[in-house]
Design a protein around this ligand. Structure first.
Ligand code: ZN
Ligand code: ZN
Length: 288
């Protein structure tokens, strides 16, 4: 695991760092954990998020809130699985979930699809009912999302065509602020949301590698156009971090996520050309 000693009360673990839903060897699809006083807030639920939490030593029973930035499968494939498997791991307390419509329908259909397992574990193993634990909140606008005794969460609408709405989230914790870009083109609303934050976790695209990436996905004729129109080139990520005045920029949701010709030094160098603060390339399980 790559990482550095972190002693903040507002912890941030980058659980999985790849952009796009394709299963890969080394970078899972996007997921993040914010942990304050052992209470877990998950941001995005790419495939494997529960496994990544286990690998990071974060108890699934500490799950309290789940945030989904937008409904692409590299961000929501394991939304239901995260809750279901946390319950299977002993969760017996309330979970609130937050994200764009149709989050409520997705939640209902997920529980319906898995009703057999849920019912048999309640009857056979004496578990608390799962469905009443989960409270869904659909988000359609920018602004305040939720506040509790540990964090304040605020959303910005970002530009990720054709997916509407798509959100970035800011967590203001007891000792620092962390912003997750979600998926977005270079976005003025994100610059505003991230003003003065200690940490900006931003998606990133290596434009010269897009043709090689697209050649590996033979069933998506207009994937190149989507990637260019809907994501942020790494040079522009540096510009966004500079405009927002953040202390540390974390490059994650890497596109491509599995091109060995693009080294960490290359990602960092391209962002640093436009941003004087710290720049990190995220790796799965890294705490920042
Ligand atoms: Zn994505
Ligand atoms: Zn997306």
């Amino acid at each position: 695991m790559v990482g550095c000693a972190v002693t903040t009360r507002t912890r941030c673990v980058i659980l999985a760092t790849g952009g796009g839903p394709r299963p890969r060897k080394n970078r899972g699809p996007t997921a993040h954990a914010v942990i304050v006083d052992d209470v877990l807030y998950v941001v995005d639920c790419g495939n494997g998020v529960a496994r990544q939490l286990a690998a990071a030593g974060v108890p699934l029973t500490s799950l309290r809130h789940v945030f989904v930035t937008h409904h692409h499968s590299d961000h929501n494939a394991d939304y239901g699985n995260l809750i279901w498997l946390s319950w299977a791991s002993g969760l017996r307390t309330r979970v609130d979930t937050w994200g764009p419509p149709p989050l409520a329908k997705m939640t209902r259909l997920f529980f319906e699809m898995n009703a057999y397992d849920i019912a048999t574990r309640i009857a056979d193993e004496g578990r608390v009912p799962l469905v009443p634990l989960v409270h869904v909140h659909e988000l359609t606008e920018a602004g305040p999302v939720m506040r509790d005794e540990r964090v304040t969460v605020t959303a910005a609408l970002v530009d990720h065509p054709p997916v509407v709405p798509a959100f970035a989230f800011r967590f203001d914790g007891p000792d620092r602020s962390i912003v997750f870009s979600g998926d977005t083109t270079r976005s003025a609303s994100l610059v505003r949301l991230a003003q003065g934050a200690e940490v900006l976790v931003h998606e990133t695209l290596w434009v010269p590698a897009v043709d090689r990436l697209v050649a590996r996905v033979p069933n998506a004729a207009t994937l190149k156009e989507h990637l260019i129109a809907s994501h942020t080139a790494v040079e522009d990520v540096g510009r966004v971090a500079a405009a927002a005045g953040v202390r540390t920029l974390v490059l994650s949701h890497l596109v491509p996520a599995d091109d060995p010709s693009i080294t960490d030094e290359m990602w960092i160098g391209a962002a640093r050309a436009h941003f004087a603060g710290d720049v990190l390339v995220a790796h799965d399980g890294m705490e920042v």
